[in-house]
Ligand binder design. Structure first.
Ligand code: CP3
Length: 343
């Protein structure tokens, strides 16, 4: 991995051309993905086929020559392994048939069994075998808070009404659940590392549900617990950790902590001011607004070069989108972005 620009950036070393990969780089916007996806009704069944996962992870690498690959899986594999009955039906988001509706549901949970996730670790091995030698593989998990929110809500939602009610009525029991999830995430990431991943990203995709002190009490506390466990274990101690907080109610400067290697910026964050405060401390990943990819080639070129110019003196910059790519984007527009970075 010595020749990887992505790993160099995580080590705060300068690259003349920044490395690039992007969130949800394997997915529905790619016709080659759709071709395989149509063989499965439930998306999760596809995630349980390691060979298929490897093939899907490699699609964007083959097409765009990106500098890092991300494991093809989903953050919701952990709640699924806790028997919450996850399915992804046609045209809908995730749905749990057996969500956490009461404190008793938390008490009744069986102990987390890492063996339920062997299909993920096989996918890591398979993907590593197929990737070009110097292309690193990123493993990932959801933050404990984001996993709890989906598990209580029973799926996606506009307002996460049930999750807010649970937080108000049963804060202690919610914290017990968050602790269970933190330990499960640790074991899960540890096994991903054992299977070959070179870096880890933690997705706190529902950080924006938490206002005031609740961000600290229900999310950051547990993400830190997870990162401390990773740093204390010899297997994972040296693995770079990337943190993505979606639109948090706090400045990133007040969120980061020493166990983090890299901060992945949501598209609304001001990369220029944050880069001044993080220089020589954290690598930065980001943060083109994915919606820019719906615009003209000239607009994409301009917006991409703007970010590259701001970050050109920043050792430890990784180009990425400020959130996942959406299914409505034309892959040719992604190529325009990649070309603009490498110019
Ligand atoms: O290239 C990659 O990033 C592939 C691996 C990956 C997927 N999901 C595949 C996927 C990763 C890293 C994720 C993370 C993930 N999953 C997050 C965090 C990132 C973020 O967007 O904030 C979240 C919140 C989820 C939960 C999830 N998975 C939802 C809400 C949905 C349905 C809606 C949607 O955005 O597609 C999924 C399904 C999913 N996960 C798909 C893919 C390719 C699409 C499934 C399909 O083809 O039907």
């Amino acid at each position: 991995m010595k020749n990887s620009k992505f790993i160099k950036a995580l080590n705060l070393q300068a690259n003349s051309i920044p490395p690039v990969w992007f969130m949800r780089q394997a997915g529905r916007y790619l016709p080659e993905y759709q071709k395989i996806r149509k063989n499965y009704t439930n998306f999760l069944d596809m995630c349980k086929q390691p060979r298929t996962c490897a093939e899907l992870a490699l699609q964007p690498i083959d097409r765009f020559g990106l500098d890092a690959s991300i494991l093809f899986s989903d953050i919701l594999t952990i709640p699924d392994a806790l028997n919450l009955g996850l399915a992804f039906h046609e045209g809908e988001g995730p749905k749990f048939s057996n969500p956490i509706s009461s404190p008793q549901d938390i008490q009744k949970l069986l102990p987390f069994d890492i063996n339920n996730l062997n299909y993920v670790f096989k996918a890591v091995e398979e993907t590593k075998n197929q990737l070009p030698q110097d292309t690193p593989l990123i493993g990932f998990c959801g933050s404990p808070w984001t996993l709890a929110a989906y598990s209580i809500e029973g799926g996606g939602s506009k307002d996460f009404h049930k999750t807010h009610a649970f937080m108000r009525e049963h804060p202690k029991e919610l914290q017990n659940f968050l602790e269970i999830l933190s330990k499960a995430c640790f074991e899960y990431l540890r096994q991903q590392v054992m299977s070959g991943v070179n870096a880890i990203q933690i997705f706190d995709s529902w950080a924006d549900l938490l206002s005031g002190d609740n961000l600290e009490t229900f999310s950051l506390k547990y993400t830190r617990m997870l990162c401390k466990l990773l740093k204390e274990d010899p297997v994972t101690a040296d693995i770079p950790i990337i943190l993505f907080e979606k639109s948090p109610n706090k400045k990133l400067e007040d969120i980061v902590f020493k166990e983090i290697t890299c901060v992945s910026l949501y598209w609304q964050e001001d990369i220029e001011s944050i880069s001044k405060n993080f220089k020589d401390q954290y690598a930065i990943q980001g943060n083109l607004d994915p919606k820019v990819l719906l615009k003209s080639d000239e607009s994409i070129w301009e917006a991409t070069q703007r970010i590259c110019n701001i970050m050109k003196e920043y050792p430890g910059f990784i180009f990425n989108l400020g959130h996942g790519i959406t299914p409505d984007i034309d892959p040719n527009k992604v190529q325009v972005m990649v070309d603009a970075i490498r110019q």
